[in-house]
Design a protein around this ligand. Structure first.
Ligand SMILES: NC(=O)c1ccc[n+]([C@@H]2O[C@H](COP(=O)([O-])OP(=O)(O)OC[C@H]3O[C@@H](n4cnc5c(N)ncnc54)[C@H](O)[C@@H]3O)[C@@H](O)[C@H]2O)c1
Length: 374
């Protein structure tokens, strides 16, 4: 019995590991950062966030009142002194760098700002870590789009070259190269901070209001009774619920702290095979779960280039970290719609978010029991 319980505990999110740990998180006012801040907070970690002011009053950060429970700093990662001073003050053990300009279409309109934030911002965070002896581990968040897309159907592996066609994807490829250079130049000895980079897919979930992203566009159109216009209906993307990559980042950070340089490399955290579906299918399932008649149409106007097919091979995370997706595609759509629906009904969004985090813990417990043969 004791042995089984140990096996179970080794498979679930290790809440105990995070209790009291000091985490420096950039991008905490955004969609993924807001959810990660909440999850860390629930597990008892001390979160120091550095980001620009939240853009959306209905986004996760503001709507779920994340600010009340973390150490919240507004600052710009394009300013090295701002990053370094904030990190010195926080004295973190773990750094998770998520702040970025994350939108492909905006990167066509604002390439200089995109590179400044995504590339030099990453340099600043890594340089600040170099000067902050408390840091033992860091996770740099890039993207599935950082791979050089050669049109293949098979999933990209961590050993494939980075590249990127558009300024956003390319800036994330550059952030990968910067991370690799810093690791090889400054963080390679046994006692150095262990630095990893992570590439997730198209992340969905409640509380995302970014422009020109499928889910927020769909929610805005469905709620106002307008026709949703979709740009690349046949484009296949790795769709996943926000819980899965952020749990992956945390699992990796645990391994970096415990085992150091062995885990200091690039990692994919994509969905299971059911999550690799075309845009059209996502819209159909969203429309189905919305529960009221909605309309959508293909936007036939000329569009800037976006990759036609993108899939991640996540065998490395599965085999070496014991990580696997815990939310299937249909559940990801349902959790997402539930959040927006509950918010529209007036349910406190913090309550909805905490209920969904409870659901996540329950799911991980069930997976662990199943794995242990219960
Ligand atoms: N959402 C996705 O589908 C997805 C997929 C792959 C990778 N990513 C990556 O995950 C990370 C988080 O994405 P998100 O969807 O939460 O984006 P988001 O736009 O919701 O949040 C971005 C965060 O970065 C901060 N930020 C932007 N510019 C900054 C600057 N100059 N200085 C300080 N902070 C700044 C914002 O204030 C915000 O907190 C990004 O690195 C993104 O590239 C996201």
């Amino acid at each position: 019995m004791k042995q089984r319980r140990n096996q179970v505990e080794s498979l679930v999110i290790e809440a105990e590991f995070w209790r009291g740990r000091r985490i420096f998180l950039t991008g905490h006012t955004g969609f993924k950062g807001g959810w990660l801040s909440m999850l860390l907070n629930v597990m008892g970690a001390r979160v120091f966030g550095l980001a620009l002011a939240p853009e959306h009053r209905d986004g996760v950060f503001v709507a779920s009142e994340v600010e009340k429970n973390i150490d919240h700093h507004i600052g710009d990662i394009r300013d090295f002194n701002c990053v370094s001073n904030a990190m010195q003050e926080a004295r973190p053990e773990i750094v998770i760098h998520m702040a970025a300009q994350p939108l492909v279409r905006l990167s066509y309109a604002e390439p200089v700002e995109t590179y400044a934030t995504n590339v030099m911002g990453t340099v600043h965070v890594l340089e600040a870590i170099r000067r902050c002896p408390s840091v033992r581990a860091a996770v740099v968040v890039t993207s599935d789009k950082s791979y050089e897309n050669d049109g293949r159907i098979q999933g990209y592996r961590e050993t494939d070259p980075v590249g990127g066609h558009d300024p956003y994807s390319n800036s994330k490829g550059c952030a990968e190269l910067v991370t690799s250079a810093y690791r090889r130049s400054f963080f390679y000895r046994a006692g150095d901070a262990a630095i990893a980079s992570v590439r997730a897919g198209n992340v969905i979930g409640g509380g995302d209001w970014a422009r020109n992203r499928l889910i927020p566009d769909a929610i805005r159109a469905f709620s106002s009774g307008e026709t949703l216009r979709i740009r690349f209906p046949a484009a296949v993307r790795p769709w996943q619920h926000v819980f899965d990559p952020i749990v992956g980042y945390l699992r990796l950070a645990e391994h970096l702290v415990r085992h150091g340089q062995t885990f200091a490399s690039g990692w994919n955290f994509g969905p299971a095979s059911d999550g690799h579906v075309p845009v059209r299918q996502v819209v159909e399932r969203l429309a189905h779960h919305w529960g009221e008649p909605v309309s959508w149409a293909v936007d036939g106007s000329e569009q800037p280039h976006e990759a036609g097919h993108l899939q991640l091979d996540c065998a490395k995370a599965r085999d070496q970290l014991g990580w696997q997706p815990s939310v299937n595609f249909e559940e990801a759509i349902m959790l997402t719609i539930d959040w927006y629906r509950a918010a529209a009904r007036g349910t406190a969004r913090r309550t909805v978010a905490l209920q969904q985090i409870d659901w996540l813990f329950e799911r991980h417990r069930a997976m662990a029991l199943q794995e242990a043969g219960a």
